[in-house]
Design a protein around this ligand. Structure first.
Ligand code: ISJ
Length: 357
């Protein structure tokens, strides 16, 4: 076959794809009308997850599962934007891992708002300036983000979905080799997580380590200073056209961060595989057995608790705590309802959402 002929085949397939995509959008539009009539939310993470799982299992290649996921996430984002344009706020700056997380879920089509603090993302969602907010909740090497937990307690927003993304760091620099690097910019946590690499490559030269607020800022600074380097994400390096000298320099290759997608008044439909997040403000936690008794109720009803974190009441004189709790199940499951009913005055439900691996 000639190049011309092959390209003709591709063009003809593109025409078919376009027709099919538009036909898909027409059906999506009908779903949108139904949702408007019943005043229900547009974004259905559990439905999108089910579609992804189904098409991946149907796939016979050569497209990889990751490629299919990337393509479908863009299709979903385009579909939702037809139903209703939506704005997504995320913890910036541009090129941050949260930005990466937001784009991985909402695609390149959506309108984004870059905000400087976790609190400002909560506020944007709470006041309706953004439909969704993306913020980190925990890192599997560093633990929970307390600021997020505290704001979930204080603010009236829900958790619509969770997602987890791998966190890889790169050493990006204009310098030709490590010996020319006199300064390294990064965030405290990134320095900590790349200590083994730094010891190995910079034992002799001992460059100065300069802490900045974000790894994107580090990339920006390193792009302006050829005797320096940044520890940052590949995305941030790309954003500032900074060459990557070494990739995946973190000591632990299993480094992952979990994010929440926040929304106002958001209730998911149940899926087969849900998690529920709540806050428990138990009374009299200074008395013996109060917390143990509460936890016992979950055990008795065969509910698997996956997380419990205690947080102090701000401004309180005593050492009393409230709890951030996660469990397996949907909030309307019979057993979960029993616990919710029994402790209704002490529990604040934050969301039930499809569990993501
Ligand atoms: C079309 C729907 O709405 C949205 C778009 C989806 C899609 O493009 O398939 C899936 C789930 C929702 O986020 C739906 O709920 O079915």
């Amino acid at each position: 076959m000639t190049l011309e002929e092959i390209r003709h085949e591709i063009d003809s397939l593109d025409n078919q794809l376009l027709t099919l995509l538009n036909r898909r959008m027409e059906w999506v539009h009908k779903v949108g009308e139904l949702k408007r009539a019943t005043k229900t939310v547009i974004y259905r993470p559990e439905r999108e997850k089910a579609i992804l799982d189904r098409v991946k299992s149907q796939n016979k290649g050569p497209l990889t599962a990751d490629a299919i996921e990337a393509i479908y996430l863009e299709i979903f984002a385009a579909a939702r934007n037809i139903e209703l344009p939506e704005r997504i706020a995320y913890l910036g700056p541009e090129g941050s891992f949260t930005h990466q997380a937001a784009e991985s879920r909402f695609g390149a089509m959506s309108e984004y708002m870059t905000l400087p603090t976790i609190k400002s993302v909560f506020e944007a969602v709470d006041t309706g300036r953004a439909k969704f907010g993306v913020i980190p909740i925990e890192n599997n090497q560093e633990g929970i983000v307390y600021e997020t937990v505290d704001l979930l307690n204080e603010t009236g927003v829900n958790i619509a979905a969770e997602l987890k993304i791998p966190v890889h760091f790169a050493l990006a620099t204009e310098a030709e080799n490590p010996s020319k690097i006199k300064r390294i910019y990064s965030k405290d946590i990134a320095f900590r997580q790349c200590r083994g690499f730094l010891n190995k490559y910079f034992e002799q030269t001992q460059p100065e380590e300069i802490q900045v607020e974000s790894t994107s800022k580090a990339a920006k600074l390193a792009a302006e200073d050829p005797e320096s380097a940044a520890i940052c994400s590949v995305i941030a390096a790309r954003l500032f056209s900074l060459p990557v000298l070494f990739d995946n320099i973190e000591d632990n290759g299993n480094n992952r961060t979990r994010f929440f997608i926040l929304a106002k008044d958001f209730v998911n439909q149940p899926s087969e595989n849900d998690k529920t997040t709540l806050i428990a403000r138990l009374p009299d936690t200074d008395k013996p057995g109060v917390l143990a008794g509460f936890l016992q109720d979950f055990k008795r009803l065969n509910i698997n608790l996956t997380k419990i974190e205690s947080r102090p009441y701000k401004g309180s004189e005593d050492f009393n705590f409230w709890f951030f709790i996660e469990l397996e199940g949907y909030f309307k499951d019979e057993n979960v309802q029993k616990v919710f009913k029994k402790h209704r005055n002490y529990i604040k439900w934050l969301g039930s959402y499809v569990k993501n691996a």
